[in-house]
Design a protein around this ligand. Structure first.
Ligand code: GCO
Ligand code: MG
Length: 403
């Protein structure tokens, strides 16, 4: 019995908001879990503090599966991003403790390394195609084997994925949601020339990815997928919102461009049909928003039966604790595909010193016991929470649309 004697939520904002759960045990071992839900941080903090932590005290930290079931099945109100992010934080922290108790990096407990490292993709962006390609060339020089391309759309003032700062992208940019304008027609004209220019400049030995960010209908997505086929993209991400999983049948009928979806999913039920019918190629569910390692493992095993590989979300709104968990997980599973890697700022890295590292296009979680991430609480306290929302998006006639 490794008794849980305390648990606390730490909210810090070293440039952006992060919610971290710290669990303490009787013998002094502690574990960290990420509970960050962009723009809804305090809802998860309250769910943890007011409803989860009281149920944890006195339980055996070693009983990870039982605690997961207790928090999921035992809660009556199942699923949803707030609940599942809170459960994820507990789950990560318990795996962290188990690793430390064993004196082993977490990937060893998950079955050991299945590969040398996790291939990651970086984010190249720019307001023009030239700027984006120039940025992509920098990533290639740094050894990246896979690069996501997002470029400004001529005629639109701004769009998803294009930042003022070429290296650090932060879409949660205001105290109240920023409003942006969208035109599908302008967008659809802009992407094929970007990929054509990218292949000409970067060659064929690098994977190229693109995120549609939920902005097309299925038939429009089918057309974009087909238009991009000559440039062999690694994937087209979130082509259409996925609440109606059957929508992806229509995209599949029209294109062989591989499809990735699921950064907003929080349980296997969100992707059951997508996986079972092989309507996607990569599942993007993440450790923090999909119930932790315990649940993501189930999703990945199910996906493996259907030739679907992982491509976990890894934007900057997932803390270094999530990044570490994703790398231990990705290193160990058989059907790892790729891991998103949006670098955190130096300020964030200082608050969360970590053992993971990047070299030659791959990331490795390192050999520290558990997750291999610490939280400098004194430094964290210097960065108080600051409300920040993701934008909302409207069509040019004012209709509210998907961001
Ligand atoms: C990605 C994502 C992010 C999200 C962000 C929202 O592919 O990295 O789409 O950029 O927009 O995580 O909080
Ligand atoms: Mg995305």
């Amino acid at each position: 019995m490794l008794e849980i004697t305390g648990a606390r939520v730490i909210v810090t904002s070293p440039g952006r908001n992060f919610v971290t759960l710290k669990i303490e045990t009787k013998d002094g071992l502690t574990g960290l879990g990420d509970a960050t839900l962009n723009g809804r941080e305090l809802a998860v903090a309250s769910y943890l503090t007011d409803h989860v932590i009281p149920c944890l005290i006195g339980r055996d930290a070693h009983r990870i599966e039982d605690i997961w079931q207790y928090l999921y099945r035992g809660a009556y109100w199942r699923r949803g991003p707030v609940t599942m992010s809170a459960i994820a934080a507990v789950d990560m922290a318990l795996w962290d403790i188990k690793g430390k108790a064993a004196g082993l990096p977490l990937y060893q407990l998950l079955g050991g390394a299945s590969r040398e490292g996790c291939m990651v993709y970086g984010h190249a962006n720019g307001t023009t195609i030239e700027e984006t390609i120039d940025n992509a060339l920098h990533y290639k020089e740094q050894g990246y084997r896979a690069i996501r391309l997002q470029s400004g759309v001529p005629g639109l003032a701004s769009t998803y994925g294009v930042s003022r700062d070429r290296y650090f992208y932060e879409p949660a940019d205001a105290d109240l949601p920023t409003e942006t304008l969208w035109s599908t027609e302008k967008y659809l004209r802009s992407v094929p020339p970007l990929f054509e220019a990218a292949r000409a400049a970067l060659g064929w030995d690098v994977h190229l990815l693109h995120d549609v960010h939920h902005r097309l209908t299925p038939i429009e997505a089918g057309r974009l997928g087909r238009d991009l086929e000559p440039y062999r993209p690694f994937w087209m991400e979130d082509a259409t919102p996925a609440e109606n999983q059957a929508n992806f049948r229509l995209i599949r009928q029209h294109t062989t461009t591989p499809l990735a979806v699921g950064e907003v999913f929080n349980s296997v039920w969100d992707c059951k049909q997508l996986i079972e019918e092989q309507l996607i190629d990569y599942i993007r569910a993440t450790v923090v928003h999909a119930g932790g390692i315990t649940h993501l493992r189930r999703i990945a095993s199910f996906a493996d039966l259907h030739n679907v590989r992982t491509g976990c979300h890894g934007a900057t709104d997932l803390s270094p604790v999530s990044m570490a968990a994703a790398l231990h997980f990705g290193l160990s599973i058989p059907n790892f595909g790729i891991q998103e890697y949006m670098r955190h700022t130096g300020k964030t890295d200082a608050v969360f010193p970590h053992a993971y590292s990047f070299a030659d296009g791959l990331m490795h979680p390192g050999e520290a016991p558990g997750l291999g991430v610490e939280l400098d609480e004194a430094l964290a306290a210097e960065h108080p929470y600051k409300r920040a929302y993701l934008p909302v998006n409207r069509l040019e006639d004012g209709t509210l649309y998907n961001w």
